[in-house]
Every structure is written in C-alpha cells, then in structure tokens.
Design a protein around this ligand. Structure first.
Ligand SMILES: C[S@@+](CC[C@H](N)C(=O)[O-])C[C@H]1O[C@@H](n2cnc3c(N)ncnc32)[C@H](O)[C@@H]1O
Length: 227
C-alpha cells in the first residue's frame, strides 16, 4: 500500500477552488454521480495514497458520464489511471460491450485500481496498460470515441497530437487541469508544468480545424473535437 510519506508525482501540489465549495456540492447533489464503490475508492485514496487531489472526483466524473451517453461512446482511452476512479466512473456509464483502455506508469496505484475494479460489475470493461503513456499510444492501433488526458503535464501536447490521430470522426478529446489552479495566467511561468499547459492551450486555441471549449469545471476541462 502506498504510504502518505511517499511522493509519486511532482505536479498538482495545490488546487484552487474556482467556485464556492457549497455551490459545487449543490451541483453534485443535483447531478447523476458515480457508484458507492467509486465513493469508497475516493475515500480509500484520500486516506491511504499520496497526492489524492489527483483524483477527478464526482463533479467531473458526472460530466464525463454525461458525455458518454450524449455521444454514444463505446470506446474510451484514458491517459492517467492513478487509483482508477475516473476509469471506473466512465466504465459504469458504458454499454456492456464498451471498454476503457487506461494508461499509467505507476504499478502501485495501478494495483489499487485493479483491486477496486474487480469488485465492480463494470470492471470487465477496463483494460489497464502499465507503461509510459506515449509509448503505449504509439503501439495502440485502434480508434476511440472519447480520449481523456489526465497525466504528466510535460507531455500534454504530445498526448493531444497523438490523440487527434486516434479519435473517430465524431470523437471528443477531454483534457483535465487546463487552468492549473489559475497559474496559466502567469506571464513568466514558475514551473515547466505551467509552461507546458500554456503551450497546449495556445496550440489548441490556434487550430482552425478544431472546435474547442474550455470549461472552468474543477481545475479546468478542455473539450475538443474536429470540425
Ligand atoms: C492526475 S493522475 C490521474 C487521475 C485519474 N484520472 C483519476 O481521476 O483518478 C495522473 C497520473 O498520471 C500518471 N503518469 C505520470 N506520468 C506518466 C507517464 N509518462 N505515462 C503514463 N502515466 C503517467 C501518474 O502515475 C498518475 O497516476
């Protein structure tokens, strides 16, 4: 089990709340949210795992679930599994023959994910790949209706460009943390992660062949599809 004294990932040290917590809680209460098992996984992660704030949480998971239904998604590619919360939340919304392929390098958090997925009737839809995500993305030859990018920020632009090659014609790419707790506003970015996210955001917003919408949900979600 991963102890709280251990550092696993250098990003996401702090999180800014863009909206009042009580308003967000109200929105969550009025939304379809993931299963009790997802809640248990969230609690376990908060209590036992370093950097629990990396987990997407109920508001974002609800939104991803809505997209899955609205777009009729059958295949999801997730970049950044962590303890498996968002993969499980998305699997719960997929049809029985749907699948989530989820990529991560961390075997320790991957084991926690696997142990929780085993307890779910939707766990069979999840395929876990433990390797550097960019390498896995080069090897995977199938296409996906939805790609969710939520891993190391330095590779965000690489993940995005490869994702464009991997989505179906009507496919959607969702990128998490694109507001980076507001640090994207820095003229002289203090960290490489901030610079990388700014570069990604500038690239996406300058592409005339893409339709992109950035939502200030949680830490910022970018929704992108081809025109
Ligand atoms: C923000 S967390 C993912 C959170 C997850 N989507 C959730 O909602 O619970 C980011 C993950 O990216 C993984 N990661 C970092 N660098 C990676 C790389 N080069 N390849 C694959 N995964 C990587 C980390 O191990 C970490 O688990």
């Amino acid at each position: 089990m991963m102890t709280k004294s251990k550092k696993t990932y250098s990003g996401e040290e702090t999180k800014m709340n863009f909206i009042d917590k009580s308003i967000e809680n109200y929105a969550v209460r009025k939304s379809e949210t993931p299963s009790n098992l997802c809640d248990e996984l969230e609690s376990f992660t908060r209590e036992q795992v370093e950097m629990p704030q990396m987990l997407t949480g109920r508001m974002e998971a609800s939104f991803l679930g809505f997209l899955i239904h609205a777009l009729g998604v059958k295949k999801v590619l997730e970049i950044g599994t962590f303890t498996g919360y968002s993969a499980l939340a998305m699997a719960e919304q997929l049809p029985d023959d749907g699948k989530v392929v989820t990529l991560d390098i961390n075997g320790e958090t991957g084991k926690i994910a696997h142990d929780f997925w085993k307890q779910s009737p939707h766990g069979h839809k999840i395929q876990q790949v433990l390797a550097p995500a960019l390498e896995s993305m080069q090897q995977i030859k199938e296409s996906f209706d939805l790609v969710f990018i939520d891993a190391d920020k330095g590779n965000y632009l690489n993940y995005f460009k490869r994702s464009l090659e991997m989505i179906t014609d009507n496919g959607v790419i969702v990128i998490d943390n694109v507001l980076w707790s507001g640090k994207v506003l820095q003229d002289n970015p203090e960290t490489e992660d901030t610079r990388s996210i700014q570069e990604l955001n500038d690239y996406v917003s300058s592409q005339p062949d893409l339709y992109a919408t950035m939502l200030p949900v949680r830490d910022g979600m970018y929704l992108i599809r081809k025109r």
